[in-house]
Design a protein around this ligand. Sequence first.
Ligand SMILES: [Ca+2]
Ligand SMILES: [Ca+2]
Length: 199
Amino acid sequence: MRYIKKWNNIRGYALRIAVGIVVISFMVAGVNATPASGTWKGTTSQGKPIKFVVSDSYISDFNLSMVCPNYNVQLNTSDILPITNDQFFIDYYDFDAAGTFTSSTSASGTFSYYSNYYFGTCSISGTWTTMLETGNTCAYDLNGDKTVGIGDVVVLVNHWGAKNTDLAWNQKKFADLNKDGTIGIGDVVVLVNNWGKTC
Ligand SMILES: [Ca+2]
Ligand SMILES: [Ca+2]
């Protein structure tokens, strides 16, 4: 009888540990929110626009407007940066920006800028929020400006000759429009065939 009671106790503890593991797993899974691919737009705490493109857990074409006392500044980078643990960081000359994806369709973060140039010293920082743009079905819009045009050719040129055997292919394959495993003339043809399309 004593052994049975002991076994029941052990079973009770084992069950509680198992439930605990499942609950913690769900909590951890809840933190991870794989961002959906597409164009993301929002506003900063200065009320200015922010925009970037997410593709296969990489971020590119980051645009952020900022207001200094005597002038306006714009962070534009076409660098392709990884999103790791649903976060990304940009360290770009005078600019810093960081973001966290709080769900598959929303993200928030911070930015800062310091400069001491001809127009005067500017030291600003703030926050931003963005949402995935719905209805962005323009599959061939590589730079996220909602139209197929010369800006997308520039993206192809910047990745020209990349192959699916390259180590960095994951960062470039979004530009492989005809899915033949390389960035080249075939992808330009796809753009030309969709030239001027808006989305
Ligand atoms: Ca475009
Ligand atoms: Ca291709």
